[in-house]
Ligand binder design. Structure first.
Ligand SMILES: Cc1cc2nc3c(=O)[nH]c(=O)nc-3n(C[C@H](O)[C@H](O)[C@H](O)COP(=O)(O)OP(=O)(O)OC[C@H]3O[C@@H](n4cnc5c(N)ncnc54)[C@H](O)[C@@H]3O)c2cc1C
Length: 284
């Protein structure tokens, strides 16, 4: 790339090459990839933001940040967890250590974790939705004194679909109230069975002093946000992550328009007071 072109590239327009330096299989269809830059790093990503990942020759998809670098690691690494559902995510899922993929970003709004300081933090995730909220828990635990109770409620289809089991155990041992439920139990499962919004009612937090962070299928986010607001958490303090088909990532192409919002730019993280009337709008 010439110097003049390189100087114009912000990371939003052209994918920069990143190499897969580690690949962890979380479940049968989901992997976590650690990426390191080849030529130049992108600006730092914040929890809630996403990258456009390119499987060269196949295509590009939006994938959220799913991990913060450990304190001793360079902030230039990126962590993404993705579920193989179609051509591009299948190719990325198959990318082993050494594979070079393209990365654009960071894009979108953040969970704004620091604004929850002084409050209880209630994180609720369904399925692959645990990936985008994982950095919230990591950020809160890195500055534990700044926050009140920390609650993490997780739903998965089956016990085998549960992501980050080691993290869940570690976080529970660190005092996080971890609640896990599955739709379909397997033999040996002694935990909850049912939908994750149902766990909100018995979690211990101060509704008037809490911030809710919710990520998962839209129906799950609607019911969870209602369960939180029914307990008294203000809708303006419940944040959801909205997904629509995205192309440019920077608010240029309009593919991800939802009502007045371009979700790649005005989302994906939106407060529920704003999202509630939009959650009934189906994607075209
Ligand atoms: C802001 C944002 C963040 C995301 N973060 C993650 C993440 O961290 N991890 C992850 O695994 N996925 C994430 N996704 C979803 C991911 O982008 C899609 O799964 C991917 O685009 C599918 O592309 P594909 O070519 O593999 O499959 P396609 O052939 O495009 O689609 C295969 C199937 O998946 C469905 N699908 C496509 N896009 C989505 C979507 N956005 N949500 C739900 N279903 C979809 C299609 O309807 C189809 O049934 C995110 C999406 C957005 C918009």
């Amino acid at each position: 790339m010439s110097t003049s072109l390189a100087s114009r590239v912000t990371g939003a327009e052209l994918p920069l090459p990143y190499r897969v330096i580690a690949r962890h299989a979380d479940t049968d269809d989901t992997v976590t990839l650690e990426l390191a830059y080849e030529t130049a790093p992108l600006p730092a990503f914040a929890p809630g933001q996403f990258a456009m990942l390119t499987a060269y020759g196949i295509g590009e998809v939006p994938i959220s940040l799913s991990g913060l670098p450990a304190p001793h690691e360079t902030a230039r690494r990126l962590t993404h967890t993705l579920r193989a559902v179609g051509a591009v995510t299948r190719a990325l899922h198959a990318a082993g250590p050494g594979t070079v993929i393209g990365v654009r970003g960071p894009f979108g709004t953040t969970w704004d974790v620091p604004s929850a300081a002084g409050h209880d933090v209630v994180v609720v995730a369904g399925g692959i939705g645990l990936a985008p909220v994982r950095p919230i828990v990591q950020a809160v635990l890195a500055e534990r004194d700044r926050y009140g109770e920390v609650v993490l409620l997780v739903g998965a289809r089956t016990p085998a679909d549960l992501l980050y089991r080691d993290d869940l155990d570690r976080w529970a041992a660190a005092g996080v109230q971890v609640g896990v439920t599955v739709d379909r139990p397997a033999e040996g499962w002694n935990g909850h069975v049912g939908v994750v919004p149902a766990l909100v009612a018995s979690a211990r937090f101060r509704p008037g002093r809490s911030v809710g962070f919710v990520c998962g299928p839209e129906v799950m986010m609607r019911f969870t946000a209602r369960a939180l607001t029914d307990r008294g958490v203000p809708a303006s303090r419940v944040r959801v992550s909205l997904e629509r088909n995205m192309r440019c990532g920077a608010g240029w192409c309009g593919h991800c328009q939802l009502g007045p919002l371009l979700l790649c730019r005005d989302g994906p993280v939106v407060d529920y007071a704003r999202a509630e009337p939009l959650l009934d709008v189906r994607e075209l």
